[in-house]
Design a protein around this ligand. Structure first.
Ligand code: HEM
Length: 276
C-alpha cells in the first residue's frame, strides 16, 4: 500500500536541495570556473599523506569491525559482512562529495585535499565491497544454481551486485597510476563514469537485500531522502557542467530530457519502495 507518507523522502530531498542552492549562492562559489585555492600550509601534511592515512584506516577498520562484533559474544561473521556492505555504500557516496563541492562551493579550502584523497576512498570502498561480496558468494557455494533458487527478487539482486563488484574491481584496477596514465585521461574519465551504473545496481541490491529499507520507519525515510537528494544534486551538478561547454540547442534539449527522465524515475522509485 502507498500513502502520502511515501512522498516524504521526495519532499525532504527537495527542501535539502533548495537549502544547498541558497547556501552555495550565498557563498558566491557557484561557478566551477572559480580558481581553486591551494591547500593551506597548516594542513599540507594531511593533504600529502591523506591517501596513506585512508589506506591504514581501511585496514584497521576491516580488522576492527570483526573484533568489535566478536567482543559482543555472538558469531561475528554475519554482522561483520553486512557492515562491510554498508561501509562500502557509504564510502561510495563519499567519493561523490569532492566533485560536488567543486561545483557548489568551488572556493572551499579543503577541495584540493578532498579531490586528492578521493581515489583512496574509492579503493577503500572497493575493498569493503570485495570482502562483503566474496564472503556472501562463498556462502552460496559460488553456484549460480544456488543463487537462482533463492526466493523473490533475490537472485536478480545478487547477480546485479556481482556485476557492480566486477565494475568496481576494474575501477580500482584502473586507479593504479601506471594503468591510469596508460589509458590516457579522456578514456580513464569516461570509464570512471561507470561508477553511476554501479550506484544504480547497488541501490537495487540493497533495497531487495535489506528489507528494513522497504518498511516504513524514520530510518528508511532518512536513507530514501538522502538517496533522492544525492540524485538531485548529481543531476544539477551535471547540468551545470554540461552548460559550461559549447553545445548545440538540440544536444542541450536531449541531454536535459535525459536528466529529467532520471529524476522522474527516481521520484517514482522512491514513492513505491517504502511499503506503508
Ligand atoms: C557478489 C556480490 C555480492 C553478493 C553475493 C552480496 C550478497 C548480499 C547478501 C546475501 C545480503 C543480505 C545479507 C543479510 O540479509 O544477512 C547483502 C546485503 C547488502 N549488500 Fe551485498 N552482496 C554483493 C555485493 C555488494 C556490493 C558490491 C555492495 C556495496 C558496494 C553491497 C552492499 C550491501 C548492503 C549495504 C547490504 C545490506 C546490509 C544490511 O542489511 O545491513 N553488496 N548482500
Amino acid at each position: 500500500m502507498v500513502s502520502i507518507l511515501n512522498f516524504l523522502p521526495i519532499f525532504l530531498a527537495i527542501i535539502l536541495i533548495l537549502i544547498l542552492n541558497i547556501t552555495s549562492k550565498k557563498f558566491k562559489a557557484y561557478k566551477q570556473t572559480q580558481e581553486a585555492k591551494p591547500t593551506p600550509k597548516s594542513i599540507q601534511f594531511l593533504h600529502t599523506h591523506s591517501r596513506k592515512i585512508i589506506y591504514i584506516l581501511t585496514i584497521l577498520s576491516v580488522i576492527g569491525i570483526y573484533f568489535f562484533y566478536a567482543a559482543t559474544g555472538r558469531d561475528p561473521t554475519k554482522d561483520t559482512i553486512n557492515t562491510y556492505g554498508v561501509v562500502a555504500v557509504v564510502l561510495l557516496f563519499i567519493t561523490l562529495i569532492p566533485g560536488l563541492l567543486q561545483v557548489y562551493f568551488a572556493g572551499f579550502i579543503l577541495n584540493p585535499l578532498l579531490v586528492y584523497a578521493r581515489k583512496a576512498i574509492g579503493v577503500s570502498a572497493f575493498m569493503f565491497a570485495f570482502f562483503h561480496g566474496l564472503r556472501n558468494l562463498i556462502a552460496y557455494n559460488v553456484s549460480l544454481t544456488t543463487i537462482l533458487s533463492l526466493p523473490g527478487q533475490r537472485p536478480l539482486a545478487i547477480i546485479l551486485a556481482a556485476i557492480a563488484l566486477v565494475i568496481l574491481s576494474l575501477l580500482a584496477l584502473t586507479s593504479i597510476t601506471k594503468i591510469e596514465k596508460g589509458m590516457g585521461y579522456k578514456k580513464w574519465k569516461w570509464f570512471h563514469r561507470t561508477i553511476y551504473i554501479v550506484f544504480v545496481l547497488i541501490m537495487f541490491h540493497i533495497f531487495i537485500m535489506a528489507p528494513k529499507l522497504q518498511l516504513l520507519s524514520s530510518f528508511s525515510i532518512v536513507v530514501n531522502s538522502f538517496i533522492v537528494f544525492f540524485v538531485l544534486i548529481e543531476i544539477e551538478a551535471t547540468s551545470i557542467k554540461f552548460r559550461q561547454k559549447e553545445r548545440t540547442k538540440l544536444q542541450n534539449i536531449l541531454f536535459h530530457i535525459f536528466l529529467a527522465g532520471i529524476i522522474v524515475f527516481t521520484f517514482y522509485q522512491s514513492y513505491v519502495w517504502i511499503k506503508v
